[in-house]
Design a protein around this ligand. Structure first.
Ligand SMILES: Cc1ncc(COP(=O)(O)OP(=O)(O)O)c(N)n1
Ligand SMILES: Cc1nc(C(=O)O)sc1CCOP(=O)(O)O
Ligand SMILES: [Mg+2]
Length: 201
């Protein structure tokens, strides 16, 4: 799986409609606590925009809905993975990304032969409470060694000043939420991310 170096993560299709037309090529729809009906409607909207702009859409958590809605890729954390039907995911032809936060989780992730592995939080994040201390860049280099040629995503506390560092330490893609969604000018910051990640595209 080839991942764009700029991996945008958002919590609603409206963000995708707003930012993907600017040139984003990889986006995750990370929706929490919405009804099944809303979730499906959001995925359909996101799919339409992504198809129109040749952007890869990754659905977080909801693998069954992703299958039903004929999506291409899901992202699962370790708890999601434990509850998921991997056979069904593979039979539907979905690609699979898996979160990791420590060695044991990396072993679990590698055992399911994912299409990419994410390591986080590389830096402190304000998006969600994490039970892991920030991993740091050296840990990212260690993960690079461990995953071989498998695409590696860095996530957690990334901002424009931290982009070069994660690529220098082995990441293939840098995932970001709040540096864009909480920015006073999300469009301008998105363009900046596209520009700053161009060297790894
Ligand atoms: C690219 C990427 N990496 C990690 C995560 C986190 O997944 P998870 O641990 O399942 O936590 P939630 O995002 O579901 O709260 C992710 N979503 N994307
Ligand atoms: C959703 C998520 N998962 C993480 C992990 O480490 O698995 S860190 C994270 C939050 C990323 O948001 P921001 O770019 O605003 O820090
Ligand atoms: Mg999850």
């Amino acid at each position: 799986m080839k991942l764009d170096p700029f991996y945008l993560i958002v919590d609603r299709a409206q963000w995708i409609e707003r930012l993907v037309p600017l040139g984003v090529k990889l986006v995750q729809l990370r929706i929490k606590e919405r009804s099944d009906e809303d979730l499906r409607a959001e995925i359909r909207r996101a799919k339409a925009v992504c198809a129109a702009h040749r952007c890869q859409l990754i659905v977080n958590d909801y693998w069954q809905v992703a299958i039903d809605e004929a999506c291409d890729c899901v992202h699962l954390g370790q708890e999601d993975l434990a509850a998921a039907d991997l056979g069904a995911i593979r039979a539907a032809g979905l690609q699979l990304g898996v979160s990791t936060h420590d060695e044991a989780e990396l072993e679990t992730a590698l055992a399911v032969e994912p299409d990419y592995v994410a390591l986080g939080p590389v830096y402190p994040t304000i998006l969600k409470k994490m039970k892991w201390a920030p991993q740091g860049l050296e840990r990212l280099s260690a993960w690079r060694e461990r995953v071989g040629t498998l695409p590696l995503v860095a996530i957690g506390g990334l901002n424009r000043e931290r982009i070069d560092g994660v690529f220098a330490h082995g990441a293939d893609s840098a995932a970001v939420v709040t540096d864009i969604t909480l920015n006073a000018d999300p469009e301008a910051r998105t363009r900046e991310w596209i520009r700053k990640t161009a060297a790894w595209r």
